[in-house]
Structures are given as C-alpha cells and as structure tokens.
Design a protein around this ligand. Sequence first.
Ligand code: SF4
Length: 313
Amino acid sequence: MIYPWGDSRRFNSYTTYFQRQFGGRVQKISLDAGFTCPNRDGTKGRGGCTYCINDAFNPSYCQPSKSITQQLEEGKVFHQKRYRRANRYLAYFQAYSNTYADLQSLQEMYAEALSVEGVLGLVIGTRPDVISDEVFEMLAELRKAHYIMLEFGVESVYDQSLKRVNRGHDFATAQQAIARANYYGIPVGAHFIFGLPGETRRMMLDSAAIISDLPLTTVKFHQLQLFKNTALAVEYEQDPTILQLFDLETYTDFIIDFVEIFNPTIIIERFASEVPPPYLLSAPFGSMRYDAVLQNIEKKMAARDTYQGKYFC
Ligand code: SF4
C-alpha cells in the first residue's frame, strides 16, 4: 500500500521527505559551534534541565575548539566511511542553544557553514525562548538561497512537566516561537520527550492532538534517558518511584498508539534516542542502536496493520 506521504513505509519518514526536498540522500553533519545555554548561565535559569548532559550527543569530530569549517570537513570524512556516495550536507548546529549570540556573530557562523563545499543548508537547534525577530528575519533572508530549518526543544505540552525538570520556559513560549517561525516562512522541527516525571501514559497520548495542531514540518520523539551525574539521576537514586523508564516493548506499544492518532502530515524524524552506554545511569533500551529500535517499531506496526494517522481526526 502507498500511504499519502508517497511510499509504503507506515509513517511519514524523514528519508522520504529528503527525497522530496533534494531528490536523494543529504547527510546532516553535527556541529558544536561553542554556544552555551541560557538555562545554565543564569539568563533564563541555573543548573539546566535536570536530565541534561549535552556531551552525550556530540560525535567525536564535534569540538568547539575546531572551526566550523574544520568540523564540517571532518564530518564529511566521518560520514563518507558509512555512506560512500554522500556528497551533499546540511550543517547541523546541534550543541546547546544555537541562536544564543548577537546577530552579527550568528550571521558569521551561519555564513561560514554555508560556504563549505557541498553544504546545502542549515539545521539550527535552539530553545524557543532564545530567538528574536531579527534572527527570524536573517534566517528568512538566508532561506531565499538555502535550505533552513529551525529545531526547537519543546519537550512537553504540559507546563507542570516543564517546571518539574527545570526547563525554564513554558509551552506557550514554544507555541509562540513556532508561530513566529511560520510567519517568517521558516520550517520548524520540534523535540518531545516521553516519560518525564509526573506524566502518565494518558497525558502523553493526549498530547498527540496538541502537537498535531502545531504548524510543524518535523518532529523528533525521545524516550527519557537517565544520564549519570545529572540532577535527575540524583533525584532518581533517592527515590526510584519518580520515574517509569520505558523498556523497549512498552515504548514500542506506546509510540505506535501515539503515532496512530498523530497528524500524518508531520514528518517523524526520530522515534527514540540512542546514547553511548557510558553516559547512561539506567535506560532499559537507551544504548540500543536506533536502527534496531526503528525496525522493531515498523515490524510491530505491520503486525498491527496500522500507520501514522490511522485514527487522526
Ligand atoms: S537540555 Fe538544552 S536547554 Fe536544557 S540545559 Fe541542556 S542545553 Fe540547556
């Protein structure tokens, strides 16, 4: 069966989206451009989100001591080992809050990335409370000649959950930032975490309708990961009942229930996260290869004969 997004996969996948956008494979190369986070330095809050350990997400070539150009060149070599024919790239400003600097510095960093051979555009990860109209305007200008995507960490639609993990912004702030990006014609992706303390399965499923209503191009879903040496890990060690960490099968069943009622026009970039084992305090499937997790989800979707948006209304 061919689904409305144009292929036989049971969800609106990022791979198909890239095929539509670029006519073939385009590799994202992660960057650490030396940004910090306003939820750590006191501008928005102190201590950061209780689950955060940013290092866990940086590939080895990604060091802020290296220039953006050097990181991109090393990233190309890294990815060419795995995907020999990769020759088109997106510079992924990933670590910390990548709009957290003055306009001129941002312009220079983005321009440097776009000047590297083979780089077609930028994906910029940031917090929804750290972006101004002048940055939106600058990105709208860049978008006339390049692919530009913003990625906001939204994490939950519930303010009590955001507060519980010291996120430092509420859901309304995320809604406003997404709406502003739309106003300026910039596509937006959003991250969400399932399994935050205090959120029940019912609450997480109910969030499908709320997220479906946002004008998003893509989403990334993650199971909550418990990293060593984080505030959340300390809380958990004192009282393990604060969290119900998903095991693979429980998460697979949950995410399929979620996806069935989720807007089929929003592209799902990820269903889960994968982290090197040394960082994890406890996560029943946190260090499994994402490919294996995805395979399990797609296999179970086939067994249930279901697909993204089957019950979306
Ligand atoms: S998760 Fe993101 S926003 Fe939260 S403290 Fe870490 S870098 Fe900052």
